[in-house]
Design a protein around this ligand. Sequence first.
Ligand code: AGP
Length: 623
Amino acid sequence: MCGIVGYVGGRPCRDLLVAGLEKLEYRGYDSAGISLLTDGHVETVRAVGNLSNLRAAIGLDADTPVSAEGGVAVATPPATIGLGHTRWATHGRVTEENAHPHGDCTGHIHIVLNGIVENHTELRRELSESGHAFSSETDAEIVAHMIEKHYDGDLTEAVRNAFAELRGHYAFVAMHADHPDVLVAARQECPLIVGVGEGETFVASAIPAFLAETRDVLGLKNGEIVTVTPEGARIVEVDGTPVEREIEEVTWDEEAAEKGGYSTFMLKEIHEQPDAVAETITDRIPDADSVDLSELEISQEFLNDLRRIVIVACGTSYHAGLVGRYAIEQWARVPVEMDIASEYRYRDPVVGTNDLVVGITQSGETADTLAAMRLARERGAKVMALTNVMGSQATRDADTVLYTRAGLEMGVAATKTFTAQTAAMYLLGIWLAQSRDAWPPEKIAEVIAELKGIPSKIGTTLASVEERVRAIARSHAEARFFLYLGRNIGLPVCLEGALKMKEISYIPTDAYAAGEMKHGPIALLDESTPVVCVATDSPILEKVLSNIAEVRARGADVIAIATEGNTQVAEVADQTLYVPKTDWVLQPILAVLPLQLLAYHVARLNNLNVDQPRNLAKTVTVE
Ligand code: AGP
């Protein structure tokens, strides 16, 4: 989730753009850049690393206060139109060439983009065949060349025509050297907002970028293109139809703005899950019946000789791995061994060639997981890292890397990285199944269609259950213990729900395979025990229903997660929360959402700091 900002107006804007980028730092980044247009000439400065490197590159050292005077270095007259960008790399390594802004062949058109252009490979091929030369590995640069392809003197028209050919999940802003008072921007899924000032206009991926300058905003919807000038903004649909929209005033303070109007980063990140999953899967599903993980560069020969998969991870990442195990064994029929990394590294594991070891770590810096990956690699296994951070240690300790694209996660309690990891494990399961002909192509096409529908079903679930979860949280905020029960692919969801409740509400919890209840844990139950049961549709739902009946018989209060349209569960549970129907193997990515919200609201009702729980760090780099 990159940060983008554009300015056109009467004031010198170099420092306004840098200030805007500083307000977008919370979105996370690995490089940054700005482009400024002066006297028909665009000057671009980019730098890898944090903003102080960019400040140094443009002659603004760390403690030089942001001033209204200077241009890039000492451009005269100072630029009053420009673009800025903080990059969270998804396509192309963390290098200066891959940092934004990107230009076209003429150097006249510059763009900054947040998101992913899904059909970038085919467009790059077409553009190269018609003579375009590219200077980066990114999908984003395509947009500058697409605008160049359509440009005939009218920047809005060129952007509109280019936009019509793009597919994906993105928002971008474009500038042209011949138009010193116009920026044109477009939105497809990723956030984009216009800040309307006196004789000046901003466009950015989030309000904090310009909140210090104006509180008057104009929201953009999917498929809309906006032309901004110092006088204001004009919105059209992709077919050119004009759109009228009211300017609204933002009342948030800066801190709330960083949280996108949510009261905490954790709640903001819970609601970012549709985007996190969409960005993780979009361009890896090039068509309706196949998954493309060629980025892994794993040979067909290795896949044919693959003996087994070993997944090592810690905490929430371990739970995503557990979901992945069920999916891979179900679809690809490859045996999957799971282990907690801090155990795996010390148990002298039997591992070697023809084994694929997957280290799952969102931060890419968790010491135990890194050590487990290194051990496996030393013993001849092929090691894959599944991580959210480009350039992290895990990417160096692995033979190949699969990236989730959830963007920076500020909340210590992982939420969007869990669903993004789970989505990535589904991609891996489907890809292995198709690569080894382990599953009928029509079945693969069916589950791919379901997976593509998950981002919007996450949005629907969050919207439909939050109020009910808040009420359930109120009735159990003082509980002294929560028990989570599930079976088969529902069990990892229980483990994750129990971990969330522990780490942010400090209430003891246990998660158990429901079939194990009668072998001891059932003794824990009484009327005061809330029992959360994951009872989404699956081949063993009947078993789960009878376990719920066992628990109810001891007077416990059962909160069940069920699949929409299945009324059986509500007959045996006290409260039932419904998630949309999808393939039963994909249900966990939806069933976890009410559990994230339950832990969140119980913690909030106990006035706890959910973003920074006690005793916990976001990244555990200690042994
Ligand atoms: C989850 O909410 C916790 N923050 C923690 O369990 C975390 O999942 C674990 O430390 C693993 O982190 P990683 O994914 O960065 O390796």
